[in-house]
Design a protein around this ligand. Structure first.
Ligand code: ANZ
Ligand code: ZN
Length: 529
């Protein structure tokens, strides 16, 4: 998920030219091998060239008005709505043409919903024969389709295509590149563009800048002061930390209560001593969650964030448990902070978290519990009715921790019944257990004599005394118990499989009850005999 989020994409930037004005419009493409197949160009509605065209006097007023209306409509659509593969492609011809620097051919310049301003260059070369979005766009607006990558059978015909051809093939209709396998063609086309000076190899990222300031009354303060004379002045280290006031007035009027707190806002300039104002935005809470785990290694340190030895001893975090919603933001930022701190020589580790378990959610009737839906279950009520052990047992048992679990009242009753059954079994076995233990050379008052302190021989002797003649059933029960111990240990330790550990316990409990009932029956029959 992080890889997708960062979205590194290798490709080329190639400059097309607006014929009427000579303006250069660079495009970003991952498929330079298809550049001879360009039959139109599309820019984002917000692209600066659109503004320039609208005010150039080169196109009629009605067209300008139509472009303005289109821009306005796009403003209200989310990025997802605009670019989803299902979304209807919508566009508008600007009335002007661009020139493909590779072959001097003209292509119409369009604006369309599916091109985003903040990715690549905000402009796309339209290759309908080999890009599905471009194909759909060309079909809708009657733009030409030109095959430039031929399939191995050599059967691809523009007039017969019902979808873009996106598989590898041989470059055709591509001037000097004809006959080149397209994957080999990519670096060759880029090299040619570089030679000719109208393009170069480039990398685009989907990742955006992270704006860390928030208009909030909580979060780490931004330690900056504004002075009329000195401008923007950082709070000196000796005056850190800046503390937020704890007597804020939450009136519900617009704006940040922090900005209305005169005592916080008004301060003196660290440089000239004159009156100054504090920054009243605070940092996004993700700033703090990017490094709090490092502070946990040395939480009482009043001198610095942490002591190098402590942080190196504890880090990395052995096991991280969190929801999937943290996979791309929090966990990515935390990794980034850790790497920067490592580069600064403040921590040794390269990665903050050794293992990650993404836990599922508790659902009710198949959907996420939420106050607005009114489908929440109050843990307090459940605990009052069934006890905390039963509630916990149900949650652990109902699904593996990485999966969502559906809340079920019947399930929790079942869990409560099991807790009681288990408890009765333990309590009823206590006298027998105490008797057996009294036969072992263990002094409960002396912890050293318990378990590890006994020799093998002493244990064997004790066991022989406590259970002199093991029957076949006794042995079978003991086997079940040992197998259960092994299984639960592995379930818990290796894979946090609480649910299967609990079902192991349930099976063992059944085996113990069955064993006892049988013993009981035998005793009764022998009494009869
Ligand atoms: C021409 C072409 C031909 C393309 C072809 C693809 C296939 P990724 O892999 O996600 O980086 N593109 C570039 N900038 C865009 C923008 N701002 N908004 C929408 N689409 C944009 O995708 C890169 C491809 O997405 C680029 O390569 C471009 O279309 C399009 F047979 O160029 B391509
Ligand atoms: Zn000043």
């Amino acid at each position: 998920m992080q890889q997708n989020w960062i979205g590194r994409s290798e490709g080329a930037r190639v400059e097309f030219t607006l014929e009427a004005t000579g303006d250069k419009i660079p495009i970003f493409t991952t498929r330079p091998d298809t550049i001879y197949g360009v039959t139109f160009m599309v820019v984002a509605p917000e692209h600066p060239i659109v503004e320039k065209i609208c005010t150039s006097g080169l196109i009629p007023e009605e067209r300008v008005a139509a472009i303005r209306a289109f821009q306005e409509k796009m403003k209200h659509l989310s990025e997802i709505a605009r670019t989803s593969t299902e979304a209807e492609k919508e566009g508008l011809y600007t009335g002007l043409d661009v020139i493909n620097p590779f072959n001097g051919e003209k292509a119409q310049l369009w604006i369309a919903n599916y091109v985003l301003m903040d990715y690549g260059t905000g402009a796309v070369m339209g290759v309908p024969a080999h890009d599905q979005r471009d194909f759909e766009f060309a079909q809708k607006y009657g733009l030409p389709v030109k095959v430039v990558i031929q399939n191995p059978e050599g059967t691809l015909r523009a007039e017969e295509m019902t979808a873009a051809y996106v598989e590898p093939g041989i470059m055709v209709n591509s001037g000097p590149f004809d006959g080149t396998p397209n994957l080999e063609g990519i670096p060759k086309v880029i090299a040619y563009a570089e030679e000719q000076g109208f393009g170069q190899k480039t990398v685009s990222y989907r990742l955006r800048d992270w704006l860390i300031s928030r208009q909030r009354a909580w979060g780490a303060p931004i330690p900056i002061v504004y002075c009329d004379k000195c401008g923007t002045v950082p709070v000196p280290e000796k005056d850190l930390p800046v503390r937020l006031p704890d007597d804020l007035d939450f009136t519900g009027e617009g704006g940040s209560p922090l900005a209305r707190h005169e005592g916080f806002v008004n301060t003196t300039c660290p440089q000239c001593g004159g009156p100054a104002r504090r920054e009243t935005d605070t940092m996004d809470t993700f700033v703090c969650s990017s490094w709090y785990f490092l502070r946990y290694t040395d939480p009482q340190n009043a001198e610095k964030a942490w002591n190098r030895e402590d942080v190196d001893y504890w880090m990395p975090v052995d096991q991280y448990v969190g929801g999937i919603e943290h996979a791309v933001l929090h966990l990515l930022y935390a990794r980034f902070f850790t790497k920067v701190l490592r580069d600064m020589g403040l921590v040794k580790v390269d990665e903050p978290f050794a293992r990650l378990l993404t836990q599922g959610m508790v659902l009710k009737d198949g959907s996420k519990m939420s106050k607005s839906k009114g489908n929440t279950v109050s843990p307090e009520e459940m605990i009052a009715k069934y006890g905390a052990d039963a509630v916990r047992l149900f949650i652990m048992f109902a699904a593996p921790p990485e999966r969502d679990l559906d809340w079920s009242d019947a399930g929790i009753e079942g869990a409560a019944r099991f807790v009681n059954r288990f408890y009765r079994m333990v309590v009823s076995a206590l006298p027998a257990y105490q008797h057996a233990r009294s036969l072992l050379p263990i002094n409960p008052a002396d912890p050293a004599s318990v378990m590890g302190a006994l020799s093998e021989a002493e244990i064997a002797e004790g066991l022989a005394k406590a259970a002199p003649n093991l029957t076949a059933e006794d042995r079978e029960l003991r086997r079940v118990i040992h197998a259960t111990v092994k299984r639960i240990t592995a379930d818990l330790h290796d894979r946090f499989a609480f649910n299967t550990a609990i079902s192991g316990l349930m099976e063992m409990t059944n085996a113990i009850y069955a064993y006892r009932e049988k013993q009981h029956a035998e005793q009764n029959t022998s009494a009869l005999v």
